[in-house]
Ligand binder design. Structure first.
Ligand code: ANZ
Length: 875
């Protein structure tokens, strides 16, 4: 071989690693461990996209680096393979989702192997494998035993088109996230998991995790813990309204009991059970009409701050327990039925939404916390504010800071039976069933209409084959069609029983896969306790920020449940978490023309209709921060868009690998910019890293003969300068990998190669150290060159080069300077000047201390022993 040719290198080494099982995880537990995990992919029909190799290369670099640092590394991969697309494909074509899934997995596996990732392929897991989902079902049984799984009739997001219920997060603006089909609310029997019971622990656990701040905040907000009070407001003239005893009071939840004196009206959610009971007859039609309108809006539409407030008056009043005054009761859709008690006390002086509402409907606005100007806007500050206008016969909050007022009023409410301290969470129990075929069956049968859990011995409950995957219009799951499967007997009593026909959501399998990797063949539980002891928690988890909330919250929930069951000893699964930034399509440049002439992009609004012109990169210039038409200062628009089929800007990793090789692909994705940043793709820049690898090649290999260059010398010491160049690189690359700053590590290696290419003599030991640094990033070329330099074993387990600080000091020579035979100073001179008598003597005479001694007399003699010492004799 002559010049750098990834084609001839890469498959060869991939096959070698496969055959030798180079990356099989060692069984012994005597070394320190490092568990580095990728979010496993959903094996879609379209194969890998360029976003996958980004995170996967990052973790692969860390895995390879840690092995060289002497760690036992667990670096596994698997398939999150249940899910809707395979099922929809089955509906269309009749192909069993199992077949589609298998085909897709094979493609994904090949693509990942073609990138040279150092996964332990013996630990591959697949969530659709009965041997795997047996344990998913087993974990469900644990949840059920602990009372954390229950059946409920819940209004769900029903999507008739998809024939399934969707989670709130899967519904966007009243449409399904997948497909964009209309979604309606409909009550249905569902399985629900009591994640709310773990709300506090899910919050507390976040504190000690090394996760992005924003992700922790998103989880905190999702859990949404609020501390405040429940307060009961008596309905005025309740006696005359024909209300039951517990209907005479309206309970509200508030985080600001300190503002009770400022509550000038109340609001019920349109769905509140008292709405129709308390509404005055003549207003009933209007209220009913309003309820219908509200039912058509999504939660998001209703709660959006910027939305114009709407509402209707019921004609009824309630009594503010602090002021004793009667305040009007309204119905408005900005109050949600599912949060708190579905009713609020409105304090327009200090709550933005209430303020807007009161302004619109002419309701009283009273100041009870001073510090703002409530004529202009609600004053919501709780840090600085001081309570005012809050006194009755029994209690005064005036002049108290908000915090103290909260405590005092809550105590008063409790003593008078008006209310009590309360905590509320936004978090809702987790709707855990889907009306789909391609998911885990529940290990549940129904006997005499009652659910009954199967036992461990009856697992796995495997999915039956079906001919017809089409969801039914009634919402009954497709599994109901598998009658032989559905109709069974209770293994305990022999009674006839029916199997549960819902299946689990896709989240289920991904809630615990990281545990299975630790002991994929263990048959005594989801994880072998000894292996958990050694491997858990995951040291580094890399994946998309789109999983900031749900996947990570659900997995943490299951982990904590398994901890409570004694199955696990760790409390949290993922110690450190990093999100890779999204890779956008290539930059797109748009220029504008009016009447055939270029005009600047910031003028187009002013001139009316313009012609849009797509420009190639070659026609683009830069003026400061602006993109311009080349050779002019006319501004254009430059923007990168999310890759999408419809935009036609999708980059296929296969094409890049074919043209440039896997090492270039890996290196490019790491060189694009900081891992966590969003960045545009640029195929041109792939060429840049490809050329860099060519230079690495030519540093050691003679392109004509294909042999190691003559200038690569095996013997002879490297020069100080060479050692310095190397150790600068060692220091930087090591530190940068630890910091996951891969782009700067690559820059450091580029600097090294530029320097080293100038050397006439290239000591092999220096080149070998460099190859070790390069190998986690571009493992194929590193392995190839390593072997060409005469090694028989893989470079993958070579010890990482040790950084030695002493090589960083610049190349100098130390001279002791004597005056009259006594050392009076040491001076440092550049090594290349060390034998230059005149230079050294001049430097010596410039030294402050020496100057002093020399000034005491006249120089009579100068003795210069090159490389050793200087002696100046004065009289
Ligand atoms: C009076 C008050 C005065 C309030 C004030 C706020 C400021 P978080 O922090 O999100 O828990 N609220 C209660 N239940 C509601 C519901 N079902 N729909 C809409 N809003 C509801 O918010 C709690 C606050 O949100 C509560 O405190 C209540 O308004 C409102 F100066 O009560 B507050």
């Amino acid at each position: 071989m002559s010049s750098y040719n990834p084609d001839q290198i890469e498959t060869k080494w991939q096959e070698y690693w496969q055959k030798q099982k180079t990356f099989k995880t060692p069984e012994q537990h005597d070394k320190p461990k490092y568990y580095v995990l990728d979010m496993f992919p959903y094996p879609s029909g379209s194969g890998l996209h360029v976003g996958h190799p980004e995170g996967y290369t990052a973790t692969d670099i860390v895995a390879r680096y840690k092995r060289m640092k002497g760690f036992n590394v667990l670096h596994p991969i698997g398939w999150d393979a249940f899910g809707l697309p395979a099922e929809q494909y089955a509906v269309k074509t009749g192909t069993h989702p199992r077949d589609t899934t298998e085909k897709n997995i094979n493609r994904f596996r090949e693509q990942l192997q073609a990138l040279g990732f150092s996964y332990d392929w013996d630990r591959e897991v697949n969530t659709t494998d009965p041997e795997y989902y047996k344990w998913t079902q087993w974990i469900f049984l644990k949840l059920y035993e602990k009372g954390l799984a229950y059946e409920d009739n819940v209004p769900v997001n029903w999507c008739p088109e998809l024939g399934t219920v969707l989670a709130n997060e899967e519904v966007i603006d009243g449409k399904s996230e997948v497909g964009g089909f209309p979604v309606v609310r409909k009550p249905m029997r569902q399985w629900v998991l009591k994640i709310t019971e773990y709300a506090d622990r899910l919050l507390e656990g976040l504190d000690d995790l090394d996760w992005p701040h924003s992700t922790k905040e998103m989880q905190r907000n999702w859990i949404g813990k609020s501390i405040g009070a429940d307060i009961d407001f008596k309905v005025a003239e309740a006696e005359s309204k024909n209300l039951g005893n517990d209907e005479k009071y309206i309970r509200v939840f508030t985080t600001r009991p300190d503002t009770l004196f400022g509550a000038t009206y109340m609001v019920l959610a349109p769905e509140h059970h008292l709405v129709e009971k308390i509404t005055e007859k003549e207003r009933l039609d209007e209220v009913k009409e309003y309820k219908e309108q509200a039912a058509r809006k999504s939660e998001l539409e209703r709660t959006e701050l910027s939305k114009e407030k709407t509402g209707v008056f019921t004609g009824a009043y309630a009594i503010n327990p602090a002021t004793g005054e009667e305040i009007p009761i309204w119905v408005a859709d900005y109050v949600m039925a599912t949060y708190g008690s579905g009713a609020i006390m409105a304090v327009p002086g200090h709550d933005e939404r209430d303020w807007e509402f009161a302004k619109k409907f002419g309701l009283d606005i009273v100041e009870v916390v001073k510090g703002g100007n409530i004529e202009e806007e609600a004053y919501t500050d709780t840090e600085e504010g001081i309570v005012v206008n809050s006194t009755n016969d029994e209690i005064s909050l005036n002049e108290l800071p908000v915090d103290e007022a909260k405590e005092k009023i809550t105590e008063w409410l409790e003593n008078n039976d008006y209310g009590k301290k309360a905590v509320n969470y936004k978090l809702r129990d987790w709707l855990f069933s889907r009306q789909r075929y391609w998911g885990e069956p529940f290990p549940i049968i129904h006997v005499d209409g009652e659910p009954k859990a199967l036992t461990e011995e009856q697992l796995p409950v495997t999915l039956p084959d079906l001919d017809d995957y089409q969801p039914t219009e009634t919402g009954e799951p497709p599994l109901a069609k598998a009658e032989d499967w559905v109709n069974t007997t209770d293994p305990e009593t022999g009674k006839p029983a029916k199997r549960e026909t819902n299946t689990m959501p896709q989240w289920a399998g991904s809630c615990w896969y990281y545990l299975r990797y630790c002991s994929p063949d263990f048959d005594g539980g989801p994880i072998d306790p000894d292996e958990e002891d050694y491997w858990m928690p995951v040291d580094l988890y890399v994946g998309g920020a789109e999983h900031s909330v749900l996947h990570l919250l659900y997995a943490r929930f299951w982990h904590k449940v398994l901890y409570d069951c004694g199955v696990l000893k760790t409390k949290e699964p993922f110690q450190k978490l990093v999100h890779q930034g999204m890779i956008l399509g290539e930059m797109e440049y748009t220029g504008y023309k009016k009447d055939g002439e270029w005009i600047s992009s910031d003028e187009i609004d002013a001139v009316g209709e313009v012609e849009k012109v797509k420009l190639p990169e070659s026609k683009i210039g830069k003026e400061g921060d602006n993109y311009v038409v080349k050779g002019t200062n006319i501004k254009i628009d430059a923007k990168a868009h999310k890759m999408s089929k419809s935009r036609g800007n999708v980059v296929n990793p296969d094409d890049i690998i074919e043209e440039y090789g896997a090492d270039s692909m890996r290196l490019y994705e790491m060189f694009m910019g900081p891992l966590e940043q969003v960045k545009p793709w640029s195929t041109k820049d792939v060429d840049g890293v490809y050329r860099f690898l060519g230079r690495v090649w030519r540093l050691m290999i003679d392109e004509e003969t294909g042999e190691v260059l003559d200038s690569v010398i095996q013997k002879g010491d490297p020069s100080r300068e060479q050692l310095k160049t190397l150790h600068e690189c060692i220091e930087k690359v090591g530190k940068d990998i630890e910091d996951l700053s891969f782009n700067t590590a690559i820059s450091a290696m580029m600097i090294f190669v530029n320097e080293a290419n100038k050397w006439d003599e290239r000591p092999q030991q220096i080149l070998e150290s460099f190859l070790k640094l390069l190998s986690p990033f571009a493992p194929h070329i590193a392995e190839e060159l390593w072997r060409m330099l005469g090694h028989e074993d893989t470079i993958a387990y070579e010890p990482w080069p040790e950084f030695k600080k002493e090589y960083l000091v610049s190349d100098t020579q130390l001279y002791p300077i004597q005056v009259n035979g006594k050392v009076r100073a040491d001076i440092e001179v550049p090594r290349e000047k060390a034998k230059d008598k005149e230079f050294v003597l001049n430097a010596a005479k410039e030294e402050e201390n020496i100057k002093k001694y020399l000034s005491e007399g006249k120089i009579v003699k100068e003795i210069f022993v090159p490389g050793r010492i200087v002696n100046i004799v004065v009289k």
